[in-house]
Design a protein around this ligand. Structure first.
Ligand code: PL4
Length: 409
């Protein structure tokens, strides 16, 4: 007799982003002809850079000839791409070896799957608010415990509040935890951790034999040279941190799909000596994953070339100009806006203490603008809205003007 994984029934709500899409669609159905301006889901909108397109075409052309055709590739990724990714870390002064790089079909699968190499009784700490995948995957794996509807928390998870008072970056946990999820630049708050802040977590993790899962999906949006783009810029981080990154927001691969995970040889935990975690992730990927698309990896290589990086940066600058338009427009009507400086997300305080989901409805109905309610990212997201800077400039400008003109609270 088959039985289900009952942990799915412990999930407090549906996955956040389909819920936003569902509500936006329902509004459109009820109000045909109304143009919705979407600043909700962080989804790239601008065309791929010419060099990247050439790389993808090259990948396809190679498949058209017997001499260059390839079938299954290495589960860990094309050796040339692993090398190119490792070389990116060298530019940051971080020492990452090719065999510590695991290419994948995106950061989300990796950030969801990485917990599977750790034991079910690990205590998990998450930034609150956080990208929902960290919490949901650990709940599904049985690490969440019971959901307390009143507090909006799972009782076995340790929530690290990110608030206005701490600049949206938390203190290290007071108790002993085993796995720590950190995202910088942060989704949803747009805050970026300093080296000193990360160093405190590295120190904590090494002392407690904990492992940090560092999600750096937006690292290319950091323009301030003082801010770290990788946790490996912090001495000692290779002993305690796994870093995950993506081509989605740096090269527009949200639909193309390509990412990577670094599991350093030096990374250890309670019962894993050096090399063990790297070997386990390798085993996990070889068993569950058949390698990223060969065409896409060719595109990824092109994105990491000098010309590719230059062109991708222009698109990043475009989205960051959008962020500036949103920040200035919202600030002009008295809204309190955080983030959007070294990150493509803005974290907007709801006026008059209005609840996030209520403000979501207000923005939708009054201004026809779709955002993401902060409460959807965790209890400390309540009272905030996340606004995404991904979009065509005209839509962004129209959305900002609509909020300025139509918002009445
Ligand atoms: C909607 C911190 C977006 N369906 O594209 P990937 O898999 O390489 O990266 C996903 C990802 C990983 N880490 C962080 C992210 O913010 C994201 C993408 N998040 C958002 O609006 O928060 C897209 C969400 C998508 C999803 O569920 O990820």
């Amino acid at each position: 007799m088959a039985t289900i994984n009952g942990n799915y029934d412990k999930l407090a709500a549906g996955y956040l982003f389909p819920e936003i899409a569902k509500r936006a669609k329902a509004y459109s159905m009820k109000n045909p002809g109304t143009k919705l301006l979407k600043l909700g889901i962080g989804n790239s909108t601008e065309p791929l850079a010419p060099t990247v397109v050439a790389g993808l075409k090259l990948g396809a052309d190679k498949l058209a000839k017997a001499e260059t055709y390839t079938g299954y590739g290495d589960e860990q990724g094309d050796a040339r791409l692993r090398k190119a990714i490792a070389a990116q870390y060298a530019k940051l002064g971080a020492d990452v070896a090719d065999n510590e790089v695991f290419v994948s079909d995106g950061a989300k699968p990796d950030v969801g799957n990485i917990q599977s190499i750790f034991s079910a009784d690990c205590v998990v700490a998450v930034q609150d608010p956080a990208y929902p995948v960290y919490v949901d995957t650990n709940v599904i794996a049985g690490r969440g415990g019971k959901f307390d509807a009143a507090g909006g928390c799972y009782d076995r998870l340790v929530y690290m509040p990110c608030t206005e008072d701490n600049g949206f970056f938390p203190e290290v946990p007071k108790q002993k935890v085993d796995l720590i999820y950190i995202c910088s630049p942060n989704n949803p708050t747009g805050a970026v951790a300093t080296k000193e802040q990360l160093a405190k977590f590295v120190e904590y993790a090494r002392k407690n034999k904990a492992v940090i899962i560092f999600d750096a999906a937006y690292s290319q949006y950091i323009s301030d040279p003082k801010l770290p783009r990788s946790i490996y810029e912090v001495p000692g981080a290779k002993e305690c941190a796994i870093e995950i990154n993506s081509f989605s927001k740096s090269a527009g691969f949200t639909g193309v799909r390509l990412g990577w995970t670094i599991v350093p040889m030096a990374c250890v935990c309670e019962n894993a000596p050096a090399g063990k975690l790297n070997g386990m992730w390798n085993r996990r990927q070889c068993t569950f994953f058949n390698g990223a698309s060969n065409i896409v990896q060719e595109g990824g290589l092109a994105a990491l070339s000098e010309q590719g990086q230059k062109e991708c940066k222009e698109t990043i600058d475009y989205y960051m100009e959008n962020a500036k338009v949103i920040r200035e427009g919202f600030t002009a009507i008295g809204l309190k806006v955080y983030g959007g400086i070294n990150a493509p997300y803005l974290w907007v305080k709801t006026p008059k203490g209005i609840k996030s989901w209520e403000f979501f409805d207000i923005l939708l109905t009054q201004a026809h603008v779709v955002t993401t309610p902060g409460a959807g990212f965790g209890p400390h997201g309540e009272g905030f809205m996340r606004v995404s800077a991904f979009g065509h400039r005209l839509d962004i400008t129209e959305a900002v003007e609509s909020v300025k003109k139509n918002l009445k609270v």
